[in-house]
Structures are given as structure tokens and as C-alpha cells.
Design a binder for this molecule. Sequence first.
Ligand code: AMP
Length: 464
Amino acid sequence: MDTFDALSLREELLSSLATLGYARMTPVQAQSLPAVLAGRDVIAQAQTGSGKTAAFGLGVLQALDVSLVRMQALVLCPTRELADQVSKVLRKLAAAIPNVKVLTLCGGMPLGPQLASLSHDPHIVVGTPGRVQEHLKRGSLHAGAVRTLVLDEADRMLDMGFADAIDDIVKRIAKHHQTLLFSATWPAAIREASTRLQHDPVQVTVQTDEVAAAPAIEQRFIEVEPTRKADALAQLLTRPRGGDDSLQALVFCNMRRDVDAVAHELDQRGFSALALHGDMEQRDREEVLVRFANRSCNVLVATDVAARGLDIAALPLVVSYDVAHDPDTHTHRIGRTGRAGETGLAITLCTPRERPKAANIEQISGEPLAWHPLKLAAAAGKTLQLAPMRTLVIDAGRRDKLRPGDIVGALTGEAGMDGADLGKIDVYATRAYVAIARDQAKQALSRLRSGRIKGRSFRVRALD
Ligand code: AMP
């Protein structure tokens, strides 16, 4: 039984848990708490709703010395909403321990009141990386006694461009500290951050071994007449897998000119689709990749060469618009789908004339190809043509000392946007891209145009 009793938590915490009605540990708690309480570094794959806040919260509070009026734990979160939520949970868990001071420090809020509440050191600070970094630099926050650093939703923090701020914060806190990293996903950037920031971490994944096993790829071949290819593609993209709205797909064409034509065709049909091929200027290529990564483009149409160096996570759906010329290329294409624990779908459209190339693939793979009919039934239900986000470009970047936090601040501060509507932020030397929830993008654009970022006004436009 995964009860909390086995953990020898302090009395006050057991009493708070009883008040909250937490009888048993969630899987993330059961797997991470022993290591957290033993002072080990932990990297845990955990989503909102998994009970991760209590997993690190109990660890932080167990070790807390209330009589020491210094910051002993620092929790970094991507957004103000999450920071507020985490603070609330920490206060509830700490309810039975007298005089625990938890302070929230987020960007986009005026500095004055924060400076005032920092006149006495809090025990625990929960905040966004940019603002916490600023307080540490100013000396308004003292980090010499931090025993535990928590990176909550670390993948989102990296997506929002907070990597530098986090690294700088780590340099400023006590050398010997415990680092607890929680992240819904584990892309390469997270694993690198863990290697850089953690010491011999205990890894926690709540998936069973079975689910976390090697990615499975389902392959389907569909025979279509050349004139029906565009229709077939549009249909495949419209209802890919029963309406998963996290759909993003990569479509391969053999020829560069088809890449443009197919992207254009999809665009005409209302898809958020973009083309990627070797003829593009570096800057246009960068923009396309930013938009695909930040979810303001759903479908990337590419040549094999252009896709080769792509640093994108595996996708749920890969489509070969043409059968690849050789089996090796085909294998590379389908390897772009299939995420750990989820089945990827690789669909190949094949005209009668392309049959010999398909037969070649079949021969090399040693397995019969799975042919499926394309049901050209009118797609009912919701379509997934439009990407969930839109991208705004700000004509300012690192050279203007613009940081992701400044953009978050300009949008969520006085402008009043909800941090949940903000997506990935990419700051380059002279430009910055920010993804905004599609239905909020217009408002965000006019706010950024009329308002100021770091006290200055910059040119801002939407990419469509
Ligand atoms: P979190 O993933 O930290 O956002 O937590 C998700 C929800 O689960 C919150 O509403 C918590 O109050 C609740 N919760 C966390 N741990 C437990 C537990 N051991 N038993 C019951 N509820 C819990």
C-alpha cells in the first residue's frame, strides 16, 4: 500500500495530508518521495494532475527549518498561473507548520511590492525564472541557504527560452543543493539540462515498462491516382486518428517543386501548412522551423534533404506524398514518427506507376506492405486544419537585450493576458518570435503594438 505513513514525514505534514484527504500516494509521489526525502536529485516525468506539486512540496517542507529566516527552497515555474497554483498547494501542505513564509515572485508584476515583501527573507520562493534572476542580481533575494531547487514544468520553461536565466540562477544559489526536475516530456534539451544541473539523479517515469518500450510505427500504403493525391492527403490530415488535436504532420515529397505546390494546395484548403526545402533563405527556413515547433503550423511539407537536419521531436503522423526513390530514404521518413510509448503512423501514397518502388521497399523490408483503401467519405466532425497557435514577430532580439521574460511580462503584466495563452518564445539576435493561442493573437498583437516592451516600442507583426 502506498500510504504516506511509511515515509516518516514530520507530524505536521501528516496532519496536513489528513486534512487534505490524501490517503495514498499517487504513482509519481510513491516513486519520487523516498529519493526526494533522502536528498537525492530527481528527474521525474510528470504531468499536471499527477500530484507532482506535493511530491516536491513535501520534500521541501520536510527539510525546512522555520527558525532559519532564509530562503531554503526555490521553485521555478514557467508562468504566473502555475506559480500561484504551486504556492497555494505549498501553503496548504505547510498549514500545520507555524510561520512558514512562501513568496511568489513573477514577471509582469510591479517590482515595488515584491521588494517590500522581500524586506524579510521568505523560506520558500516560487517564481518565474526571469524575475527571480532579477531579484538575485539586485541583491533583493539571497540564495546562500537554498537547499532545494525545483524546476517545475521544465520543458515549458526551456520552450519559453528561460534556459539562460535558469543557468544563471543555479550559479547564484548555494553550491550544494538538491535539484528536482519535473517535466511532462523528455526531449534532448531536458536531458541535457539534467546532465548540466543535476548530480546522479534518480529517474522517475510513471509509465509502465511496457508503454515506455521502443516506439511502434504502423505503416500503411494507399493506392491513389495521381490526380487524387491532393484530395487524399487533405483527407488524411483532416481526420488523422479519430481527432487528436495535437496533430502535427510531416509530409515528404520527392521533388522541391512539389513541396511548394502541396504546401500551397493545403494552405488553400485552410490548413496551417508550410514548405521547407533547400532553396530557401536561411531566415525563411528559421521562421518555418520556429512556427512548426511553436505549434502555429500543423503540417510541414519537406524534401528529404531539407528534413535531414531537422531537430524536431517525433511526430504522430508522417506522410510520403510520393513513394521514396529508395528503401533507405523511406526508412528515414518513417523514422520521423513513433514517439516512445505511442504508436506513430506512417502513410505512403502510391500511384499505380509507383508500384515498382513500393515493391522494392517490400522486398528489402522482408514484410508484406499493408495496403489500405482510402475512404473518400466526406469527413464528418471536427477538422484539424488550423494550428492552435499563431506566431508574432518582434523586430528586436538579443542585441536589444530582449529576453523571453520581457515579452512574457509585456503580455501578461498590465496587458492582462493569461500566461496559459502564451506558447514558445524564441529570441534570436535581431528578432523574437512568440506563439500565442490563435484566438488571442489579434489582441496580443495590438497590445504589443500599443504598449511597450522594456520601456521601448518595437515593430511587431503576425506571421501568416
Ligand atoms: P498536481 O499534479 O500537483 O497539480 O496535483 C493534481 C491534483 O491532485 C491536485 O488537486 C492535488 O490536490 C491532488 N493530489 C495530489 N496528491 C494527492 C494524493 N496523494 N491523493 C489525492 N489527491 C492528491
